[in-house]
Write a protein that binds this ligand. Structure first.
Ligand code: RIB
Ligand code: CA
Length: 312
């Protein structure tokens, strides 16, 4: 049985790799892709979603526009990493495929509620604004979704926007707090695991020499985006974040983690967006997330390359 997946995303190149890893796998059916403001404003993330789908020749996949801003604070974006468009590094053709008229949050509710319980996985690759809105629009959703696999948060790795906060959580901490307190099943892929999946030069070369259209283009996009990370973390130590969610669905055995309590700081000026993880159960708080800590890096990239090789 194919995994039925909705992707909520704010492309950037790592989101693009996640989307293409899903589209290239015979084990996943992508039911729809929802754009959210994050790496860049919504009009760019919406455009980038369609660019990726057209690159993969998958104009059949429905695209939905979601939130232009976080639930309760101004939008913070990351053009300093991904460039003004979020896809600087390679000029993909202007997309022509349509955007559905339904709001992303309404699509998520309708799609999940119209199918058998616990049959839909939501891969959340950006701030959780759309996901929190969907959970609020229909309280039954939390019980109905199979799981939310979210790239977000950080523990001992520390933050990548502030010393305490990872970007997706920092942009909309209120949304993250609402998702984690909703009772929905969450698998969390924090920076602690995404920083063990290094986008090394030889792995970029494997994209570049893949022999199809998609591989070399993403080698360019990743090279551009990695300039920032190579400066910050050192050559060959740049992380690859969002594909951890899709690879988890395909080969969970490549990962390890613990079921623990995660709370979100939403008020402190110093630590807003911090994921406070109770690894040792020192509180009596509900264990509300399976937090992944480690991944087999080679196995991770082999899954991605296997999917990419099936694409045009
Ligand atoms: O902190 C990394 C996350 O922020 C990734 O999802 C990246 O695409 C950005 O959205
Ligand atoms: Ca993202």
């Amino acid at each position: 049985m194919k995994k039925q997946v909705i992707i909520d995303t704010d492309p950037g190149p790592d989101d693009g790799v996640a989307i293409l890893t899903a589209l290239g796998s015979p084990m996943i059916e992508v039911l729809g892709v929802c754009a959210v403001a994050g790496n860049v404003p919504l009009h760019h993330t919406l455009r980038n979603v369609r660019k990726v789908l057209e690159l993969a020749e998958r104009q059949d996949v429905r695209v939905f526009a979601g939130a232009e801003a976080p639930l309760a604070r101004p939008l913070f974006t990351a053009e300093y990493v991904h460039g003004k468009t979020g896809f600087d590094g390679y000029d993909l053709p202007e997309p022509s495929m349509p955007v559905q008229s339904q709001h992303a949050a309404d699509f998520i509710v309708e799609e999940v509620m119209s199918r058998p319980p616990r049959t839909i996985t939501l891969c959340a690759l950006g701030p959780l604004t759309n996901v929190a809105s969907a959970l609020e629009r229909d309280r039954r959703l939390a019980e109905r979704i199979e799981q939310i696999v979210w790239m977000g948060g950080a523990s001992s790795e520390g933050g990548n926007v502030t010393p305490a906060a990872e970007f997706n959580c920092y942009v909309d901490p209120e949304a993250a707090a609402r998702v984690l307190s909703s009772g929905v099943r969450v698998v969390m892929m924090p920076l602690d695991v995404t920083h063990k999946a290094h986008m090394t030069t030889d792995r970029v070369e494997r994209f570049r020499t893949m022999g199809n259209k998609v591989g070399p283009i993403f080698a360019e996009l990743l090279t551009y985006a990695k300039q920032f990370d190579w400066q910050k973390y050192g050559a060959d130590r740049a992380p690859l974040h969002d594909p951890t969610t899709v690879v988890w669905l395909l080969q969970p055995g490549l990962f390890s983690g613990l079921h623990v309590n995660v709370e979100i700081e939403t008020t402190s000026p110093l630590t807003t967006g911090m994921t406070v993880i109770d690894w040792w159960g020192v509180t009596s708080r509900q264990k509300n997330a399976y937090v992944v800590q480690d991944v087999d890096g080679d196995g991770f990239y082999n899954v991605i390359f296997e999917s990419f090789r099936r694409l045009p």
